[in-house]
Design a binder for this molecule. Structure first.
Ligand code: GLN
Length: 431
């Protein structure tokens, strides 16, 4: 049924770069027969999942949205993918993305743009736009994305679905085509907080193949989710939340501000105290992010030299050396400042909140020639990558109803490092 929906929606949306029907059906049949024999087939048995095309999938082309990697068929699965398969999930295919994760609209794919299921004249966001749009269009139950500076949260926001950027090191990066290694995080995009929690529980955890992956034991993130029919009238009593002032003022669309105000009222009705917190370095995060991310990218992308990977072309080693020198020279100060400020605020509050993006999904082509304004759209998300903190992006309303073109607005709930369990609980209650 999901493959049918996938293909019927695909003509309009173009979410996928590769789909292997036969393989998916074989996997599903295999799980079915194991189930019939009474075997334990795993917590995600038969669940149809899509995978962003920068995660290696054994036997299935992986291009990271780049023509440069056209025809690259990995001989192994990324750890997150392998864990999904081991839990019984069925991988339907690979989703479109901005090339190497660089971009915020999915228009920067080497293959095709993806369109927003809410209105196909609009972008789905990026870089995990194919994953978010595929979940929103119910082409799959959940999808994997990656988030270097917002690439899970912003497309989740634009497509009205749930996206989780875990703490840095919570999910292995083994088999992820690197963009900026000190910022990259793999995480789920799903139709609900509970689904996202189920996927995160499976993919999280230490991995010998990724030295930056944390050894901290993984909690069952679904276990703490309260049954929704059994909530007290004030399930968030004693929770202290804070709205990030700097993320709510100038430059944020009125519709986004209004939706967020509605979300705050809802949180208060649920019993939470919502205050405001000022993070003076907030705006410094964006320029710091782009220096760090692009320096790391220039170093990471140097492996596509036509010798080890990629189409054959001229290598540029000297420039890479310049870029990585710039990285170690410039990046760390602001990064530390941003991190310290956020952690201090999280010492006082259970969670911070702000929009996931200053706007809703913009029109296809609107920002294509204006990269600076596209960069600015990442203002709300990049700081968490600099600080390594987890966040859940979840739908909090719509903007533009009056004009008859309602588009979803996403709210970010930001938690303490490795506080995914508490964060998902909070998001689940809100939802
Ligand atoms: N727009 C951001 C960038 O291009 C998004 C990066 C990401 O999270 N992959 O750097």
């Amino acid at each position: 049924a999901y493959l049918r929906q996938l293909h019927s929606a695909e003509t309009q949306l173009q979410c996928f770069l590769a789909v292997d029907d036969e393989y998916a059906l074989r996997q599903a049949a295999l799980i079915d027969s194991r189930l019939a024999q009474g075997e334990d087939v795993g917590p995600l048995a038969g669940v149809p999942i899509a995978v962003k095309d920068n995660l290696c999938t054994q036997g299935l082309q992986t291009t990271a949205g780049s023509r440069g990697l056209h025809g690259f068929v990995p001989t192994y699965d990324a750890t997150a993918v392998a864990r999904l398969r081991a839990a019984g999930a069925v991988v339907l295919g690979k989703t479109n993305m901005d090339e190497f994760g660089m971009g915020s609209s999915c228009e920067n794919s080497g293959y095709q743009p993806t369109f927003n299921p809410w209105d196909t004249k609009h972008v789905p966001g990026g870089s995990s736009g194919g994953s978010a749009a595929a979940v929103a269009a119910k082409q799959c139950i959940a999808a994997l994305g990656s988030d270097t500076g917002g690439s899970i949260r912003q497309p989740a926001s634009f497509c009205g679905v749930v996206g989780v950027k875990p703490t840095y090191g919570r999910v292995s990066r083994n088999g992820l085509v690197a963009y900026a290694s000190s910022l990259d995080c793999v995480g789920p995009i799903a139709q609900s907080v509970a689904d996202a929690a189920a996927v995160l529980t499976v993919i999280a955890g230490s991995d010998l193949a990724d030295a930056t992956c944390s050894q901290k034991p993984v909690e069952d993130y679904t276990a703490g989710l309260l049954p929704l029919d059994n909530l007290s009238s004030k399930p968030l009593a004693f929770k202290r939340l804070a709205l990030i002032q700097e993320a709510c003022g100038e430059g944020v669309d009125a519709g986004v501000t209004a939706a967020l105000a509605g979300a705050v009222r809802h949180l208060q009705e649920l019993g939470a105290e919502v205050e405001q917190v000022s993070l003076p370095s907030f705006a410094a995060g964006l320029p710091a992010y782009y220096v760090i991310a692009l320096s790391e990218a220039s170093s990471n992308l140097s492996r596509y030299d036509g010798v080890r990977f990629g189409q054959r072309g001229a290598a540029n080693e000297l420039k890479n050396m310049y870029a990585s020198s710039r990285h170690s020279g410039l990046g760390s100060e602001v990064r530390t400042l941003v991190r310290r400020e956020m952690n201090m605020a999280l010492g006082r509050f259970d969670a911070l909140l702000c929009p996931a993006a200053p706007t809703t999904a913009y029109r296809v082509g609107e920002k294509l020639c204006d990269p600076l304004s596209m960069y600015k759209g990442d203002l709300m998300t990049v700081n968490l990558n600099l600080a390594g903190l987890p966040a859940v992006c979840l739908p909090c309303g719509f903007s533009g109803q009056a004009a008859g073109n309602a588009l979803p607005v996403g709210m970010q709930l930001i938690g303490r490092a490795f506080g995914e369990a508490d964060l998902l609980k909070l998001a689940h209650i809100y939802e």
